[in-house]
Design a binder for this molecule. Sequence first.
Ligand code: DAL
Ligand code: ZN
Length: 277
Amino acid sequence: MNSFSNYYGRIDGFPSICIGINMRTLNFDTVNIYSGNLVLVNREHPITCKNNNYAVSLVSVGTDYPDILLDYVAAKELSRIRNVLNLYDDIVPVSGFRTRSEQKRIYTDSLQKNGTDFTEKYVALPDRSEHQTGLAIDLAENKSEYDFIRPHFPDIGICMEFRKEAIHYGFIERYPKGKESTTGIAHESWHFRYVGYPHSEIMNMKNLTLEEYIRYLKNFPYKGSHLKFFNYEYYYEIFYISLSQLRKSSVIIPADVSCQISGNNIDGFIITLRKLK
Ligand code: DAL
Ligand code: ZN
């Protein structure tokens, strides 16, 4: 298995990659605050979407599962994990993208079948489910029947290998044990969320849920010190800019770095810069 986690870390002395001569200005469309890998979707922060469905580029997670859809980048990274671990049918996808009406049906059915306590713990309300973003996938160990709401995905064997490897490809276990009061959802060992790299790595190192990470990133504003990270290949620099700050100033970055912008679905954007070492 390819593991290079020993090379990861924060680098405090490393010069900012925002120092440069050739610069470019980033353009923001404020409606994009509701989309991107790092959108926080939970009880307090529902999805904002048009026509009842969230705008996302979906593909199936594999030819064997034409009905299970995921955001195309998340699907690509998922298939890279499956290749690296030589996963064939050991782990199977159970549920990916859901429309609002699918989420509503799952919620209502569960209320009838399992009652309120169970449903509130394990099923998000319509528009409060990150399955509607196409960035979440439920997986099961391939052992005969599986439960749709709580698939079996244990902390041992191939499932544990997947859990560890997924971090290197932008996925996090979204509802960890011990963080139920932060996420508002019970421990779900089977639910993975694509947040992108290196965010998955940083969240794992710092033991942060998405709720906590989105708050943490506010310590790294555009006009302040940025969050720095590297691996064997790239330097990364991450910062946050609020909508109100964006109205007052534009964001200027070096011309020679690659850049990803994600809304946080609350009040601003997270910018991730990447440069070859
Ligand atoms: N099971 C997760 C919380 C959902 O329904 O989105
Ligand atoms: Zn799920």
